[in-house]
Ligand binder design. Structure first.
Ligand code: PMP
Length: 394
């Protein structure tokens, strides 16, 4: 008899050889002394006292869980308030809260796709969009990253009567912006819907952090659908779709990740609602997050590293093979900062990188630590070393 687990051991050995094994490293409540450049807490709101109190109060009033699907017992007035205020903040007529951003994407493409709908998707889109495409039963045309001509070809040559073009607003690894305005002009020409995932742009991009669709002047367009996560700039957990009321009604009736999933927990709903109010009252937060990202990228470049020009708060330091990326992550930890390490399948082969995020509340001292860590990484790779910038040498 063959051992039914042997194939997993074999596959794990191959992953180990290729440097793509993953390990869980639980964070300590007291912290590990490292400065965080890895989380998506772009505005530093996950520990904001106002957000924490709202979460605690909601738990005491509503309970630890939402107790059922949104359509049965899982909708509270908190969910309704969050939907109303999200729509209002994003200048849209309606929104619908899901229990994660991942499920919001599955819900949109699962409900709006189908055999008579072509989905046109940027090759750099997040895994949740890739999985949503698979679930949709649509034919999927993947176009080269930000390649407008390739996207247009797919729309023009389709046989399907309907089409949806789907894109991240800010790409989660490379940190660059999608050409939302140009994509919308194209989807209009071909009678298609435009679906934009604002996971990394809400709270960071555009006026007051209203995201890329708003910045492109497209808020409230009935043929534009936005998904957001409540787990990044809003520091909580959960997701939402922002769209025309007809689209929202379709999702309520037919989106399986909405219908068959327990509603977002009251604590997370209240935390997101309070964080949204903080964001709405502090339009400078988005500006600060973007400014810190630009400083961080400059510091990395000064150290000789290859880094993107961040359009939002995501930075990506290219290293190539997964083993180099892992060892650079350890060097950075040795120098006092926690950074992400992205390897296949999160990135294409030979594109392993360190992924860093900027936060609006980063201090000068923390940026200096990052500068030192960048120099340590550059030294470990044998780069000839430029001098530390004056602020980091202090
Ligand atoms: N879309 C993008 C672009 C993301 O980066 C993420 C989270 N990594 C998600 C969707 C999923 O959001 P959530 O974590 O709320 O499920």
């Amino acid at each position: 008899m063959t051992d039914p687990l042997q194939r997993f051991r074999d596959a794990a050995a191959v992953r180990g050889f290729n440097g793509v094994t993953r390990a869980l490293r639980p964070r300590q409540a007291a912290g590990d002394g490292l400065i965080d450049f890895a989380s998506n807490d772009y505005l530093g709101l996950s520990k904001d006292p106002r957000v924490l109190s709202a979460a605690a109060a909601a738990t005491l009033v509503w309970g630890a869980g939402s107790t059922g699907s949104r359509l049965v017992t899982g909708s509270t007035t908190l969910h309704a308030d969050l939907e109303k205020e999200l729509a209002s903040f994003l200048h849209a007529p309606a929104s619908l809260v899901f229990s994660s951003g991942y499920l919001a994407n599955l819900g949109v493409l699962g409900a709006l796709g189908g055999p008579d709908v072509l989905i046109v998707s940027d090759e750099g889109n997040h895994a949740s969009i890739i999985d949503a495409c698979r679930l949709s039963r649509s034919r999927v045309a993947v176009y080269a990253h930000r390649d407008l001509a390739a996207a247009e070809r797919a729309l023009a040559l389709r046989d399907e009567p309907h089409a949806i073009l789907v894109t991240d607003a800010v790409f989660s690894v490379d940190g660059d912006l999608a050409p939302v305005k140009e994509l919308y002009a194209m989807t209009r020409r071909y009678g298609a819907l435009l679906a934009v995932d604002e996971a990394h742009s809400l709270g960071v991009v555009g006026e007051g952090g209203r995201g890329a669709v708003h910045a492109a002047g497209l808020s409230g367009q009935p043929d534009v659908i936005r998904t957001v996560t409540l787990s990044k700039a809003l520091g909580s957990q959960g997701g939402a779709v922002i769209a025309d009321p007809q689209v929202i009604a379709t999702l309520v009736d037919t989106a399986r990740p909405f219908i068959f999933d327990t509603g977002l927990a009251p604590a997370a709903t209240a935390a997101a609602l309070t964080a949204l109010r903080v964001l709405a009252a502090s339009p400078d937060l988005a500006v600060q997050a973007r400014a810190r990202a630009a400083e961080l990228a400059w510091l990395a470049r000064q150290a000789g590293l290859t880094v993107n020009r961040p359009d939002a708060a995501v930075l990506s330091v290219t290293l190539g093979d997964p083993h180099s990326a892992l060892s650079a992550q350890q060097v950075a930890a040795g120098a006092g900062i926690r950074v992400g390490c992205f390897r296949p399948p999160s990135v294409p082969e030979n594109r392993s990188c360190l992924r860093l995020t900027a936060r609006a509340d980063l201090t000068e001292g923390q940026l200096s630590m990052a500068a030192r860590a960048f120099h340590a990484v550059a030294r470990s790779r044998g780069y000839s070393l430029p001098a530390l910038p004056p602020s980091a040498a202090r």
